[in-house]
Design a protein around this ligand. Structure first.
Ligand code: ZN
Length: 257
């Protein structure tokens, strides 16, 4: 018999997932996400203790306590100076509906980019206040971080975020996002193909699972993509693989850090 006190859901929809009834009888739904993080990464200029080291083209990068890292800084700058605009042209020329996962402090530092996102009618979801780990924050610190993210996001874009994705979340993140209220969905889960509902303090909360297997962070990770030939078959393989059953999945792309 299943232990009802065990706090994880290992079962989900199980053997018979529901028909999500996508619009127009579509067999698959694809969500395109452009992550915007540039200017939200670790940097002593932002009050952080060390330079950024999580994802970059510097092999084996380490955080440098108390120092700026000129190379890594400029790699992030590439994203907001050139990378974002290339993705913006690709998505707007094809009129593809796009979601942004925007780090609030990054959005705040690039008003011209926020204006272009709004001009294109993109859904700007929150990617937290800063591009940092949440795992070591106390519950109270993380609650304050989420409230600040909503406030700064609203100042930067003129609207509060309706979606949320932390990325490097803590075990409390989903609960705290639901408690903050006002979100239509959040994405800090990798647990399913289909969106699913969980119980929140103010009613059901929609989880749209993320995936890292088509995230371009794999260009700098072990077991990642060796080149674009590695990335595109993996990304473009997703929809056909999923068509055999009605499911939702996502092809995610980071704006290059
Ligand atoms: Zn991210």
């Amino acid at each position: 018999m299943a232990d009802t006190r065990y706090p994880r859901d290992l079962h989900g929809y199980g053997r018979n997932p529901p028909d999500p009834r996508w619009p127009g009888g579509a067999r698959v739904a694809v969500q395109f996400v452009v992550n915007f993080e540039e200017g939200g990464e670790n940097n002593i200029l932002h009050g952080d203790r060390a330079s950024e080291a999580f994802l970059s083209d510097v092999l084996g990068a380490q955080p440098w306590p108390g120092k700026r890292h000129a190379n890594i800084e400029s790699m992030f700058e590439y994203g907001s100076r050139a990378g974002f605009w290339r993705l913006w042209r690709i998505f707007t020329e094809r009129q593809l509906p796009t979601t942004v996962f925007g780090v609030a402090t990054a959005l705040k530092r690039s008003p011209q980019i926020v204006a272009a996102m709004k001009e294109a009618g993109w859904d700007i979801a929150s990617h937290s206040l800063k591009w940092v780990e949440h795992k070591d924050m106390s519950e109270a610190e993380e609650r304050a971080e989420i409230a600040d993210a909503i406030r700064v996001h609203t100042e930067a874009t003129g609207q509060r975020p309706l979606g949320w994705y932390t990325g490097r979340s803590s075990i409390n993140t989903v609960k705290l996002v639901m408690e903050a209220g006002g979100f239509l969905y959040s994405c800090d889960s990798y647990a399913d193909d289909l969106p699913y509902w969980i119980k929140g303090p103010a009613g059901p909360h929609l989880i749209i699972p993320y995936t890292l297997d088509t995230n371009d962070m794999r260009f700098v990770n072990a077991q990642g993509f060796g080149g674009y030939g590695g990335f595109s078959p993996s990304a473009s393989c997703r929809p056909p693989c999923l068509v055999s059953r009605p499911r939702c999945n996502a092809i995610r792309r980071l704006s290059p850090p």
